[in-house]
Design a protein around this ligand. Structure first.
Ligand code: F1P
Length: 346
């Protein structure tokens, strides 16, 4: 099932995951903890993976920046399972952290895009996301592929552990199959997003806020803006706003809210009201037909409805497009941003 040189398509991923889970059933079922190691965008996917695995598998998950982990005194036990996530498969920090796990005899599971890459070779087992090469330096479709694979992995492991019912498994997969058409609907709003982007090219700072599965999407939206548009942006869990970032809010700083109709929706609405009462400007990513938020905020971009755990697959797309159009409107090279390398090998 897992071969570092494996060729295939992304539609094969579920069967590869199921085989890996069957093959490594003993290590996976005895695991008392999963440690996810990655960098950048892949780290954000890891944060979603944590929520998925804790929800579907009832297993504690730690997510660490590989760049910090490799130099830390963090403890890895032989009954930990380490998951390494990487688009390029060549990130030196991730590889070094994986080697620490190998020394402790933990099972290392790779979630990789680049076939035959260094990370896939270090992994004991794993799955390719098969999204094809990223044309630009900044990771975009890899994020979608990583989250998709993490959903399938959490379901497969949950089935093996008996923490996911067949009905739940079928429901999530049924929703997952509908995601490509829904992504297409988001992409069709490209012109609208381009118009919105033009209004923000002179902004110096952005705040991105989300909760639950959309919190890592807020981090990812902010990272994309920094990477390709060179605008300072911070992502935060929306509930943390009142613990500090609220001091920054004024009419000059756009606040991007991930406000799809899921967990904690009403709490997100309250967070938006706090921003509005301080004259903040809001762009909200909402579920189609959300008249309540539309009536409150300056701009909205709609995404089709889906279940909470798949929300990132849709809500990240407008944020990627926003960064892209801000960068293009500023005359920047979106494919080759300054100072960034496709794979960080040092
Ligand atoms: C990690 C990463 C990317 C980012 C940039 C630099 O890479 O931080 O997320 O967009 O390309 O590297 P990887 O381990 O996922 O290849």
């Amino acid at each position: 099932p897992w071969s570092p040189q494996q060729k295939g398509k992304n539609t094969d991923s579920l069967s590869v995951i199921l085989s890996a889970v069957t093959l490594h059933r003993r290590e996976l079922l005895r695991a008392r903890r999963i440690i996810i190691l990655s960098c950048g965008t892949s780290w954000h996917a890891g944060l979603i993976g944590k929520q998925l695995i804790e929800h579907f598998c009832k297993l504690p998950v730690e997510v660490a920046y590989a760049s910090e982990f490799r130099y830390s005194d963090s403890v890895i036990e032989p009954d930990d399972v380490v998951m390494a996530i990487s688009q390029s498969g060549e990130t030196a920090d991730t590889m070094a952290a994986m080697e620490m796990a190998k020394k402790r005899n933990a099972l290392v599971f790779g979630i990789v895009n680049a076939v035959g890459s260094g990370i896939s070779r270090i992994s004991d087992t794993g799955v390719y996301i098969h999204v094809g090469p990223e044309i630009g330096v900044a990771s975009t479709k890899a994020f979608t592929g990583q989250v998709t694979v993490l959903v399938m992995l959490a379901l497969a492991l949950g089935m093996a552990k008996g923490t996911v019912s067949q009905e739940e498994y079928n429901t999530v997969l049924h929703e997952l199959v509908m995601i490509p058409d829904k992504i297409q609907k988001v992409l069709e709003q490209n012109d609208k997003i381009k118009d919105i982007a033009k209004k923000y090219i002179h902004s110096k700072n952005f705040l991105y806020l989300g909760r639950g599965y959309n919190y890592p999407v807020a981090l990812e939206g902010a990272l994309k803006l920094k990477e390709i548009s060179y605008i300072h942006a911070e992502g935060y869990p929306a509930a943390e706003m009142k613990h500090g970032p609220i001091a920054l809010i004024d009419s000059e700083m756009p606040v991007v809210f991930l406000a799809t109709h899921h967990q904690l929706y009403q709490k997100i609405v309250s967070n938006m009201q706090e921003v509005i009462s301080r004259n903040g400007k809001i762009l909200a990513i909402v579920t189609e037909g959300d008249e309540q938020v539309k009536a409150m905020v300056d701009e909205t971009i709609e995404v089709p409805p889906t279940i909470a755990c798949l929300a990132p697959l849709l809500s990240v797309i407008p944020l990627q497009l926003l960064s892209y159009h801000v960068a293009v409107a500023k005359g920047l090279n979106v494919d080759q941003p300054r100072n960034l390398a496709k794979s960080v090998t040092v």
